[in-house]
Design a protein around this ligand. Structure first.
Ligand code: HAM
Length: 415
């Protein structure tokens, strides 16, 4: 039997309602914040990601699904959205129409990672990006939007980790100091971290290796290298968050796995997840537009892993008592009733009701069982008598009482 590709998952009817629920609420909350949806193709020219995420990152180095298409072009399945979104905004001149663009997205992404719980090769993200403002209030708006999304689906006990990487000058100065320190302890570092000293030293700060972690404890602190502009930006972000009652923990070692960040970076973590405890993250990326050939444009955003959010919701027993909500199940008995039953089902659907029907000519008992399985509120029973009388029997599946009504009254009957 042919199996699905490792690290991918079928979303079966029995759980798809959870996805619909999250998607619906996230759309509604995004709209409340005046964010508009943007959809881009699932693949891009590989260059889009090389020029944005960074050559030395794990994503570009090890995790991209890259292939040559039949025309000889290098194509990559998108590993994240920010680069694609910025490409699209530049290409479609969206910022000429409005100097602020607030955008959200939802869809599949692809990374060749080692699969485990909460880590897939095709996974899904919701994300939001606020383009065009250099001011801390846009960093704060984006975090407030994330907080509203979490609260609206019942996640209140998460941790927000916050750090600042400062502007380019601060980051370069810090990088130099960090490299000098790491070189002084190079022999003790893990193999991976040794490789990263020159290519991606900041990434060593969030190494999972126990010895690396000890070494990092004595590394120079990024906050000590922030210049006045960067410090001021960070102070205002923190002040605004406090005033908005958003709790956060400063984590000096939070650098994130993508190269385009500057100033504010943040991550959302949950105790309900195992080792993959981060269910979302983001930050400011003021340099990305220019890197992708656009007019320099300040921007900030975040993305959330939907599979990880669903794990949290499961742990919170959010979906414990959820049932299908079929309004009526139309039971048809005997060949003569089939067409009539489908016409009745059609009338009920036109009223906006959710209506199930039988398609395999089951017995009365078996169709009643099906109505129960679907949690139908009413069974609408049609046998030969009802066809002859142009009526239907309506049985309340909770109360049990049963009434006969004429089919021409069906549009007025209170189900
Ligand atoms: P990221 O931290 O790479 O950031 O991914 C965001 C979230 O996507 C993660 O926190 C995680 O929940 C989920 N995720 C990532 N990889 C996987 C995977 N293999 N399996 C399951 N879930 C995964 C970004 O993608 C940035 N584009 C965020 C951003 C937007 N920054 C600014 N704007």
């Amino acid at each position: 039997m042919i199996q699905s590709v490792r690290g991918t998952k079928d979303l079966l009817p029995e759980t798809i309602y959870q996805w619909h629920y999250v998607e619906k609420i996230f759309k509604e909350v995004s709209e409340k914040f005046c964010y508009n949806e943007l959809r881009t193709p699932i693949f891009e020219k590989t260059e889009v990601f090389h020029r944005s995420i960074g050559e030395a990152t794990d994503i570009v180095n090890k995790e991209m699904y890259t292939f040559e298409d039949k025309g000889g072009e290098s194509i990559t399945l998108r590993p994240e959205m920010t680069a694609s979104l910025v490409r699209s905004v530049i290409q479609n001149n969206l910022l000429n129409q409005n100097p602020i663009q607030r955008l959200w997205y939802f869809g599949p992404f692809f990374r060749y990672e080692r699969p485990q719980k909460g880590r897939l090769r095709q996974f899904h993200q919701y994300g939001a990006e606020c383009l065009g403002s250099p001011y801390p209030e846009s960093d704060v708006e984006i975090i407030l939007l994330a907080d509203s999304l979490f609260k609206s689906i019942g996640i209140t006990d998460y941790t927000l980790k916050l750090n600042s990487l400062g502007n380019e000058i601060s980051r370069d100065n810090y990088r130099k100091a960090l490299v000098a320190y790491l070189k002084s302890v190079e022999e003790e570092l893990s193999y991976d971290s040794k490789q990263r000293i020159e290519t991606n030293p900041l990434r060593i700060l969030d190494s999972k290796d126990e010895i690396d972690k000890k070494i990092v404890e004595n590394a120079p602190l990024i906050l000590e290298y922030l210049d006045d502009i960067s410090l001021n930006h960070f102070e205002l972000v923190k002040k605004n968050l406090k005033e908005s009652n958003i709790k956060f923990n400063i984590d000096n070692n939070l650098v994130r796995g993508l190269d385009y960040y500057c100033h504010t970076v943040f991550e959302f973590q949950s105790n309900h997840l195992g080792s993959q405890d981060s269910f979302g993250g983001g930050g400011r990326y003021d340099g990305l537009f220019a890197q992708l050939g656009g007019k320099p444009t300040p921007a900030v955003g975040f993305a959330l892993g939907i599979e990880r959010i669903l794990i949290i919701l499961e742990k919170l027993e959010k979906f414990k008592d959820w049932n299908d909500h079929v309004d009526c199940f139309v039971i048809s008995l005997g060949d003569a009733s089939i067409t009539y039953a489908h016409s009745v089902a059609g009338q009920l659907r036109e009223r906006g009701l959710i209506v199930g029907t039988d398609l395999i000519r089951r017995s009365m008992k078996a169709q009643m069982r099906e109505a129960n399985r679907l949690n139908a509120k009413f069974a609408v029973i049609i046998g030969e008598n009802e066809v002859n009388n142009q009526s239907v029997l309506v049985k309340n599946m909770n109360g049990g009482d049963q009434v006969e009504i004429q089919v021409n009254e069906i549009s007025n009957y209170e189900f």
